[in-house]
Design a protein around this ligand. Structure first.
Ligand code: SF4
Length: 256
């Protein structure tokens, strides 16, 4: 499923409420530094496009027009969310676009939060780090704290990817972040996947204690996935993980 507009919705988001979406990636394909086996946009290879990133001015115009339209129809978004066809922080003008969005949000819907759903791979870039520190909901992915599992689930394109490095970068936010983790089971290329087992969950919670996020969002598969051999986790199982998190002192959001 691809988003064919730069500004889309508002849609009812499982995790965020009435959400106006912004897609900073091409509207005809997908660009991401991960190639997650559960990606709702499909695999990167199936989303190849020659189209580039939309220019900052085009994004600003589209967002302004949509906010004006919502204002005149009496619809109030809870949140403006950067997600879309890939990794939003890959956009070369990401920080300037965040600045524009803050300006428009303050003018049209000052109560709306600004969220970015990111896979965390670009947070070592200073302009991305700065931009994410300016928004309300800096939502960063951490699907496993084990290299083998993270590589199997998220399929990072960079061969130098390491969860240890990623965790160090997440700690740099000093708690100004929300961690998002998908839980799933299944098989990919003959390898069994289960990031819900005790070893995975306990190690993940220990790392979360070091990262100290203001919230932890846990969820499972919601739509069709490119890897067909994946199983959704039951709400019961997610709630067991949530209970452990709460016991460790975390604010938790569960989407089953
Ligand atoms: S990080 Fe997000 S957009 Fe990128 S492949 Fe994974 S699920 Fe898809």
């Amino acid at each position: 499923m691809l988003f064919h507009e730069i500004v889309f919705g508002p849609i009812k988001s499982r995790r965020l409420g009435i959400s106006l979406g912004i897609n900073l990636l091409p509207t005809s394909g997908k660009i991401c530094t991960f190639d997650c086996i559960y990606c709702e946009c499909g695999y990167n290879a199936d989303g190849r496009t020659k189209q580039g990133f939309p220019p900052r001015e085009t994004v600003a115009q589209a967002l302004k027009a949509k906010l004006q339209e919502l204002k005149s129809s009496g619809i109030t978004p809870d949140v403006i969310t950067f997600s879309g066809n890939g990794e939003p922080t890959l956009h070369p003008e990401f920080e300037s676009i965040i600045d524009d969005t803050i300006e428009f949000r303050n003018k049209y819907f000052p109560q709306a939060k600004i969220s970015v759903l990111s896979n965390s791979t670009m947070i070592d870039k200073e302009s991305v780090f700065r931009a994410l520190n300016k928004i309300d909901n800096n939502i960063l992915k951490l699907d496993s704290v084990f290299d083998d599992s993270a590589k199997l689930i998220d399929q990072p394109l960079q061969s130098s990817f390491s969860v240890t490095k990623l965790i160090e970068n997440l700690k740099r936010f000093k708690g100004n972040l929300i961690i998002q983790t998908i839980f799933l089971k299944g098989v990919h290329n003959g390898q069994y996947i289960d990031n819900t087992n005790e070893e995975e969950v306990n190690a993940w919670i220990n790392v979360l204690k070091e990262i100290n996020p203001k919230q932890v969002m846990i969820y499972t598969i919601d739509r069709a996935t490119p890897e067909k051999n994946l199983q959704k986790i039951s709400l019961e199982e997610l709630n067991i993980i949530a209970k452990k998190l709460k016991k460790a002192g975390f604010d938790v959001s569960v989407s089953g």
